[in-house]
Design a binder for this molecule. Sequence first.
Ligand code: DLL
Length: 435
Amino acid sequence: MVALYWNPKIECMPKEELKALQYRELKQLVNNLYSFNRFYHDRMKAQNVHPDDINGLSDITKLPFMFKQDLRDNYPTHMFTYPNREIKRYHVSSGTTGKPTLVGYTQNDLDYWTEALARSLTSIGVGSEDTMAISYGYGLFTGGLGLHYGAEKVGATVLPMGTGNSERQIELIQDLGVTAIACTPSYLIHLGDVAKKMGVDIRKDTLLKKAVLGAEPWSESMRQHIEESMGVRAYDIYGTSEQAGPMFTECEERNGIHIAGDIMYVEILDPDTQEPLEPGQKGEMVVTMLKKEAMPMIRYRIKDVTTLIDDECACGRTSPRISRITGRTDDMLIVRGINVFPSQIEYTLMQIPQVGDQYMIYVSREGALDSMTIQVEIKEEAFSDKVDEMNRLRAHIESQLKKYLNIAVAVELKAPGALPRFEGKAKRVIDNRVI
Ligand code: DLL
């Protein structure tokens, strides 16, 4: 029998009790850091705030923010609050600019990370009956090892696949009766393509039923596409290396990602004014890790854009939820003065039946003018060598994009298989502007 909850006492705790617990944890965290941590002590002093000013959960807004730059400035270990002998693991996020971000974990940090994943995997019905392929990168990236320990904790049989060697992955999925897979959505689509080329129908020739997908933005229409083409049920998983790694998923209801409130406190703020937003309003997520020891985190500006969902979930869990991450405040492209999120482009493209699942966005500047070109792969059955037909399709895609983005973009149609595939996080935006 598949368990309903991993830790029902916490997961279904009455909301008021959860808030009281969060306040107690916050108060203790702030007291400790003010007393023992030079970075937080100085930050709080500079903002003229003292632990005595924190007398309720809403007082969190008095506390200073923390930024990725703080981690970079304090690289490698100056942010750590524990001596080296207590740090049991490092992970490093690659970061495209500047120094990498190093994160460290005490044994308790690792245990809470695994606990969060055990709750999440249980909530989507992954347990001891499952064989789970972990097709996230193992190593410095948190995806592989994080999910590995989470899946072992719930008793699943784990296949530590890593990324790459896709044909072998398909063979092993068949041979070992893999029932669940964790990877990026773009890699699962790639695996689907590879399976097709090998003559393997994932629906009929494998036992794969669940896919735990995240580490990069993906849309509802992408979910539909994956489910229809592979016959799996796809769940969104979210986390960042700074929080620990992958941690939180949707439950069976798939109506928002449950955030374990005893582990992480979430605020959604207006990115311009930093004022708190109401549930349902889209803004920037700011997180406080209530239990983290090695590298505490108060009001960290994660830059992911989402909304808070605070109503009851039919699954019985009382933890707050966030909606699908639609992008990052620093992902937003400003093209000819108009804000464009890559997720809007993906959403629009995926509504067009002839469009396949791969696209690339190129932005460049000629003179003073920005221009955007989107390369779009067309589905096998829709691809034709009739120039007129392809021109009509291209014009249709351009007009749909113009309608939703409010900006003219050039579309180039590509044959199936022509665009790059990604084993790790997809990199679909190439901004060639020199700013
Ligand atoms: O991507 C951890 C992870 C591994 C999450 C496996 C899920 C699965 P980082 O490399 O630090 O950590 O990147 C974190 O990736 O701030 C988001 O912008 C993005 N991201 C992660 N999950 C999602 C998701 C891992 N489900 C950054 N939807 C985050 C959209 C996501 N974006």
